[in-house]
Design a protein around this ligand. Sequence first.
Ligand SMILES: Nc1ncnc2c1ncn2[C@@H]1O[C@H](COP(=O)(O)OP(=O)(O)OP(=O)(O)O)[C@@H](O)[C@H]1O
Ligand SMILES: [Mg+2]
Length: 253
Amino acid sequence: MHLSINNITFGYNGWPVLDHLTEEIHKGDFVAIVGPNGSGKSTLLRCIDGILKPQAGSILLDQEDVHHLDRPSRAKTFGYVPQESGHTPPATVFDTVLMGRKPYIGWRVRERDKQITSRIIHQLHIEDIAMKDVNKLSGGQKQRVFIARALAQQPEILLLDEPTANLDLRHQLEVLQLLQEVSQNNITTMVAIHDLNLAAQYCSRFIMLKDGKIFSSGNKEILTKENIESLYNVKVKIFHAEDRVFFVPQGKK
Ligand SMILES: Nc1ncnc2c1ncn2[C@@H]1O[C@H](COP(=O)(O)OP(=O)(O)OP(=O)(O)O)[C@@H](O)[C@H]1O
Ligand SMILES: [Mg+2]
């Protein structure tokens, strides 16, 4: 599905946050939304998911306005993993992931829903905690469970707000690798992410947000020293090694 963000403007209680954003996202893109704290990354993801309605402009999926979709179609289209998961209803990890199948389940859970749930639990290596209460997990374990639940929805577009924030080094790599595979299977994937080195390694497109505006967007070529220094107002050194690029902050500009 093609996603068009058309000149959207959004503010909380009249306080402007997103300012005339326009962007085209193609099917299968793996998009990193980067930018300073408060620049509007989470707000943009919530607008795309349809939780928030822009005051002006529109978000179109293959020409259809996201806000015209009914709830079940929205749930089949978007999987959203928020930045803060908060408290969730007491349930086992298995049942929490199975909840992702809700848009497809009629009056009873089918064998297929259980199979999809088990496969995704396996993919995210959370088999060992599958029968635990989700509220009794560590932050990183919970995060992987919520990513699993969003994948169980089999959405067309996956939106994740800082999916690696609570994860250890190995799980950061595993989750990003998995999301890269998901996007290569034509599920458009968008992540808000602070770790530029990880974003540069795995993502195919980048949107730089600053003060609610698009500072720059495009492929890896926009990850320049100049762009990053003025985006974050910090000095950085850039290193190239093994076909990868690394950014090391050096201090305030
Ligand atoms: N529910 C809300 N009500 C009022 N203002 C909000 C709300 N959520 C966010 N804001 C404000 O909107 C602006 C953008 O916030 P947002 O959470 O989108 O930023 P962000 O880029 O995701 O930041 P971070 O990197 O810290 O997660 C901030 O100034 C924030 O204070
Ligand atoms: Mg945020």
